[in-house]
Write a protein that binds this ligand. Sequence first.
Ligand code: MN
Length: 727
Amino acid sequence: MPHRALARSQGADRAVMRQLELVERVKSYDPSVDEDALNRAYVFSMKAHGAQLRASGDPFFSHPVEVAGILSGMKLDSASIVTGLLHDTVEDTLATLDEIERLFGAEIARLVDGVTKLSRLELQSDQSKQAENFRKLVLAMSEDIRVLLVKLADRLHNMRTLHFLKDEATRKRIARETMEIYAPLAERIGMNDMKDELQDLAFAELQPEARESIRARLAFLKEKGGNLGERIMVALDGTLEKAGIRAEVSGREKTPYSIWRKMQRKEVGFEQLADIMAFRVVVDNVEQCYHALGVIHSRYPVVPGRFKDFISLPKPNEYRSVHSGVIGPEQQRIEVQIRTREMHEVAELGVAAHWVYKQDGARNEGRQYRWLRELLDVLDHAADPQEFLEHTKLAMFQDQVFCFTPKGDLINLPRGATPVDFAYAVHSQIGDTCVGAKINGKLVPLRTQLMNGDQVEIITSKAQTPSPTWERLVVTAKARARIRRFVRTQQRAQYLDLGKAILQKAFRQDGHDMTDKALEAVLDKFRCETAEDLYVAAGAGNVTGREVVTAVFPPKPDAKPPKVVPLSHARGKKAAENAVPIRGLIPGMAVHYAGCCHPLPGDRIVGIVTTGKGITIHTIDCDKLAEFADTPDRWVDVAWNQTGDGDERHVGRLDVTIGNEPGSLGALTTVIGEQAGNITNLKITNRSQDFFELLVDVEVQDVRHLTNIIAALRATPVINSVERSRR
Ligand code: MN
């Protein structure tokens, strides 16, 4: 007796629905159907799935066709049906999303991609504690509600064929997931038929004995009552007809699961018909709904407290009807539900019904968004606090992305998050040592923004430490705090090493030895607590070496101030010995490379102390050094590491002039590439009829590497001139 709006096949031995049958079915409610796309999708899916078999022994292809059939039962548009046919091709066959986009267009590709991503999640999240997150994720991902509808149809068919699966644990997991996630989702968007069937199928798997006993009880009650339901319907119909109301009366049995739930809540004993049946009166318009209600109320005794008007106050999922309990024609307590045809469709199909009523044939790009808006409206008008809360949560996770670890754990991040945020969310240690990331199996730059449903694999290296530049890559507070703390600690350590070297040098230059004891005597003067603090102050450039030396050894009043020669001007063996090695100093912390001259290992260099920032390294011939001629105190002799650590990359800058002709830019990049230089920036600074002037930043190991690149470029015909940039 239950009315089934959702198409269903009769038994596993039934042949796969034929192409023509499906097309005709869609045509019957949508005259503007894209027949060509449907036909092509049918054939594409059949070929793609080939000889694959379902657990039932049916060809796998029967599954997408059944899903398409269910969707056609919901009277959905061609795009949804095509998506139904294609929904497993990307995940389970050799077909690719690109192929689908090429053959069926961007809209279909986007829908198939959405369903595919949802299916992936399904495989990953088997922990029931994640159910709520997962449910939210499904909603968040269903930016186009059709993705969710196809997914629900997919799940429904899988549930209908669940008993074919041999592994009990898998069956139970799928059933639980259906009960916890998909049935509530279906209810959420008003698809009551879908919800009822999903719940009952899951119930059959999870509690077969309970369901069996309820079914036996139902059968017994039905037998005892004879064709009681039939007699009640006829009597109701007669009563309404006599009053001049044209109505369709039908009866609907509650599902074993909904009876079970009522019994669980101890609401009923399930003694009489009223507990298992509801009678529906479908009329033409709202006015007639209330008219019919009046007729029924005047003809049969009303059961107090059972009247509910969901027409004037619809349920949050848009369900509308008036419900009333009466002592019916057979002296049985019954529930009557009165509604219009449109309300009836909405009650059974939920949001899917809007396709039929509000979008009637209109083909426009905006309609999917309109549909989504309607869903959001439904959520907006949620009346009770529970619903409101639910909706607020929904709004909240629009700003979030949900990603997965390779093991399937859900990581919830704000929108805009990158793999670095992800790494820190998993574990601080993983964040600290993160060197790269794979998203859905593909290597990506660390600045890549994560998307919903992405599976993220973090590549770590023990040698890695957080870089100051990471702060620009992250959006989560946890990652930022951790990086900052690391940078600050690291910076202090670096300032300390640097400051110690600077002070030692200053003392030695003055002919003294530096001792901690000597420093301790002057700590107060520099507002430092320990000698280490003083090193840090010197390293950061807040205190100069000269100031400290002068404090420890005050000059005699008659002595001439010592003449300080910028060390680098007085180069020699001795100066080199005194040089502060920049080994181990991380660029961006205590040491910065000047943007004017881009010093490279192998260049002769000098450091300039910048208050509060450590030292800035310039090449010895940099024009900018003239600005510091008056402050010799700020000059620090620095030296590159003797043992070159080949991994470190530095940026060299080139001024290049090339001919304005086809292929010249290509030649430039090719030559640099062949020399293992990595171009990090390329800017056209001047452009004339014959020439381009370019600024090219190239990552190299050292000055020799850059010199090789320059030589190779000079040997290239289309390149007119190449110089190291001093800009
Ligand atoms: Mn499927």
